[in-house]
Design a protein around this ligand. Structure first.
Ligand code: SF4
Length: 181
């Protein structure tokens, strides 16, 4: 009996959990009910309640960055990153862009103690809503660990494939791994 109940609860969890990344047509910038807290954009008339162009550094994760916009509602933040290119018929954002946004989630939580539930990657044609899930955070931390280890030892394994590498500027230029594909 208990096994059936646990199984049903697990099924319900799978059905109601938010998708990690969702592609949408809307490029709306300001999330409903949120106010601007930080921006990396230039403006003549500065709002004294907004932080401008500061490099945000997380000591805990040893990562830093400057998101395009952070909006805040109570103790919750929503991060927006603008991308100049188009995503066309891709179902997912570029991996580097996705990891950049997730890195901002961690930085904001560590630096300000605010909760970050989700953010948005806005390309010139489509946007992606990205949820701050455990899976994405773990994915980012593992990638950081691999990168740091590669920098230290000069050795590493590249996850090289046509799909993974197709937007990388190192492809067919400086990357030895891709040449061996
Ligand atoms: S082309 Fe090379 S550097 Fe770029 S993602 Fe692929 S393996 Fe990594």
């Amino acid at each position: 009996m208990w096994i059936v109940i646990i199984f049903l609860l697990f099924l319900i969890f799978l059905l109601i959990r938010p998708k990690q990344v969702k592609k949408i047509k809307s490029k709306r910038l300001v999330p409903f009910g949120y106010t601007l807290f930080y921006t990396d954009q230039n403006t003549k008339n500065k709002n004294p309640n907004v932080i401008y162009k500061k490099i945000l550094y997380s000591e805990k994760y040893n990562i830093q960055g400057k998101p395009d916009f952070i909006y805040k509602k109570f103790n919750t933040c929503y991060i927006i990153e603008l991308k100049s290119g188009a995503i066309k018929n891709e179902s997912m954002p570029h991996t580097g862009d996705l990891l950049q946004l997730v890195a901002y989630f961690l930085i904001i939580e560590d630096l300000y103690g605010y909760k970050v539930k989700k953010g948005k990657l806005i390309y010139s044609d489509y946007s992606f809503i990205v949820h701050n899930t455990r899976y994405l955070r773990k994915y980012l931390l593992k990638t950081l660990e691999d990168m740091r280890s590669m920098l230290k030892t000069g050795q590493g394994q590249a996850n090289c494939s046509f799909v993974h590498c197709k937007h990388c500027m190192c492809r067919q230029t400086v990357c030895d791994f891709y040449d061996k594909l």
